[in-house]
Design a protein around this ligand. Structure first.
Ligand code: ADP
Ligand code: ZN
Length: 618
């Protein structure tokens, strides 16, 4: 490519002009400029930025600005493919080395690397660790190493990849080449592990705000999850692309089938499917408009699709990190998007059982339980979800109402729950801490079930003392007491609910208990006004009359994407389409000013785009 080819000392292109000429972007975002300067000057660093924050630019630009080729370690082949396609579109000499290449194709990439013909090379970690690849890199001129998704080195984390541990070899073998580690997972422990494993002690960390203001967080009580999901999609996300996460393969299949039956284009994705089916479903999700993918967590890391409008969880993830990362796949393009989760007591019990039954060490189990507890507390909070999330990641929050989460939009009713809590805990205690939620509720409400009479629980003082609440309300009480840590479901005893140490304070009346009221109906609480917050999200100003032009631009983009066999967003981002539709450029110069139109795109598509704008005007 042209700009970085001019590498004479006096004529080094500056970062901003490359950002503009190659990527068509007018300005840096947040700490990008600082990071680019630091790495271009040869420094190591750790970059923590949320999904969609613009991490790629932090290593792509220095790779173009420094002599040699930037080596990007990236764990997912699909991500590499799309990144390389996007870079090629922008006129950057990029390639990937991974297991999908034939021997000849790989040899050609290697030849180009040694010839100094590549600006960026994406390499899978296991490939990089082979003696052959390390030797190859030893002979090449390397601009930098970027370790993407760096949290994969964390053994405690949710995306641990053993081959990432081996990446410590980079610092050992290439001590003079700058290293930049990037991740969207920001908890302290993961951060420390990355620094230790990748030899970044003493290097600065650049930490961006983790807020994703365009994402609306909502956590609802699980009642009839498939119906709740269908309502979410039909009422608020008809025709939108979305991801639905479930824990088990069977549930993935069932949910995808149920959505399809309801006329929603949905595809399953899990590790039990044939890899060709998985690849096909993923491709359709990425390339087509409005496809819903129903998946286990095997799906999504490294999916770069910018216009995912909703992420729905039908099961509880393992931790806030996992929740944040999965929901973060919504709305990379900055447009209003939903992160919606339905959850109930059985979810806590199930996750808890998975931890108890895992083969991990006691220390691992303790950490896992702590992480689960933090997520359950997020699910049960009556306060702002966003503030909770950001607080968890150690971020200071200003103000206590984000205005774009369910609790801020319709604050839950809180009531004094001391008496209800005492009744419930006494009931668990008097029945010997051997029974699950259903039976305790039967006793409290005074139902003469077979089990109640069999155990003589109708003779207890707690029998029928809770008639003021219904079954649903008692479930909410139990869930919150579990979330608060006063009650615990024992997975080794058929999920019997047992009192914890802290329950004593509640029974004695020393601990204040505020409970949120169970939501009244079974319907999904539809957010009444979809556009209410939409206007706060960054968005190009489009006039109503632009709709036909926008549609024409999209149709044109789909056609080009099909011809070139790349995702539509690789051709032009939605925001660039919006920008063109709003500005209606009449000349190439005007078109060049739209963010997302760099030199190469102008050269390739400029005339066609101007013609489209003109036709739409007549
Ligand atoms: P991440 O890897 O952090 O999830 P990306 O690097 O994929 O994020 O960037 C997310 C989106 O932000 C992309 O569409 C990218 O084009 C856009 N972007 C990055 N930097 C800028 C910038 N300086 N100005 C405008 N858009 C940017
Ligand atoms: Zn809020």
């Amino acid at each position: 490519m042209s700009a970085p080819a001019t590498r004479d000392r006096d004529d080094t292109p500056d970062a901003l002009s490359v950002l503009n000429s190659v990527f068509g972007l007018p300005a840096f975002r947040g700490a990008q400029e600082q990071i680019v300067r630091h790495v271009t000057d040869g420094g190591n660093c750790l970059v923590l930025m949320p999904t969609g924050g613009g991490k790629s630019m932090c290593y792509q630009l220095p790779s173009l600005l420094r002599e040699g080729c930037g080596i990007v370690v990236s764990p997912l082949i699909a991500l590499m493919r799309d990144q390389v396609a996007g870079l090629l579109e922008a006129g950057v000499n990029a390639a990937a080395l991974n297991s999908t290449l034939s021997f000849n194709e790989a040899s050609e990439v290697e030849r180009r690397l040694l010839a100094g013909d590549l600006d960026l090379l994406y390499v899978a970690p296991e490939r990089l660790l082979t003696p052959r690849c390390l030797a190859l890199l030893g002979q090449a001129k390397i601009a930098l190493f970027a370790i993407d998704e760096a949290h994969c080195v964390s053994q405690w984390g949710h995306d641990f990849r053993p081959e990432y541990i081996g990446l410590s070899v980079i610092a050992e073998r290439f001590p003079d080449v700058p290293r930049i580690a990037l991740t969207a997972t920001a908890d302290e422990m993961t951060r420390k592990e990355i620094v230790a494993r990748l030899g970044l002690a003493g290097a600065p960390s650049f930490v961006a705000s983790f807020d994703r203001p365009n994402i609306r967080y909502e956590i609802v009580e699980k009642q009839n999850a498939p119906a709740q999901l269908k309502a979410l999609i039909s009422e608020r996300h008809a025709g939108d692309a979305g991801i639905v996460y479930c824990l088990s393969r069977a549930k993935v299949e069932d949910t995808a089938a149920a959505l399809t039956k309801a006329g929603i284009p949905a595809l399953p994705y899990h590790a039990g499917l044939d890899s060709s089916v998985r690849a096909r479903n993923q491709d359709r999700f990425i390339n087509e408009d409005g496809v819903v993918i129903v998946a286990t967590i095997a799906f999504g890391m490294g999916i770069d699709k910018p216009d995912v409008r909703f992420v729905a969880h039908l099961d509880l993830p393992k931790s806030i990190e996992a929740y944040y990362q999965e929901t973060g796949r919504a709305g990379r393009d900055g447009k209003p998007s939903s992160a919606w989760m339905a959850y109930g007591l059985s979810d806590i019990v199930q996750q808890r059982r998975m931890i108890d039954e895992s083969t991990g060490s006691d220390a691992f189990k303790r950490v896992s339980i702590g992480k689960l507890d933090a997520l359950v507390a997020l699910a049960e909070t009556a306060g702002c979800r966003r503030n909770r999330l950001l607080g968890y990641f150690g971020e200071e929050v200003t103000g206590n109402n984000c205005g774009n989460c369910d609790n801020c939009l319709s604050p839950p009713q809180l009531r004094d729950g001391k008496v209800a809590a005492q009744k419930l805990l006494s009931c668990a205690y008097r029945t010997g801490q051997r029974f699950g939620a259903m039976h305790l509720i039967d006793v409290l409400i005074g139902r003469l079930t077979e089990k109640v009479t069999q155990f003589g629980h109708d003779k207890l003082s707690v029998f029928g003392i809770g008639r003021e609440l219904n079954e649903k309300q008692w479930r909410a009480v139990i869930r919150q007491l579990v979330a608060m840590g006063h009650l615990r479901a024992d997975s080794e005893a058929f999920n019997a609910l047992k009192l914890t140490e802290s329950a004593r304070g509640v029974l004695k009346g020393e601990t204040e208990i505020m409970l949120r009221e169970a939501a009244p109906g079974t319907r999904v609480r539809a957010s009444r006004d979809k556009s209410r917050r939409g206007d706060l999200a960054p968005r190009a100003e489009t006039k109503p009359g632009d709709a036909p032009l926008q549609a024409a631009l999209r149709a044109w983009r789909s056609e080009i994407a099909r011809q070139r066999n790349v995702p539509a967003y690789v051709v032009l981002h939605d925001s660039t389409i919006d920008g063109i539709a709003a500005a209606r450029p009449a000349t190439l110069n005007e078109l060049r000013n739209i963010p997302g139109i760099g030199d190469k795109k102008l050269e390739h598509y400029g005339d066609e785009l101007i013609a489209l704008v003109r036709t739409a005007e007549t």
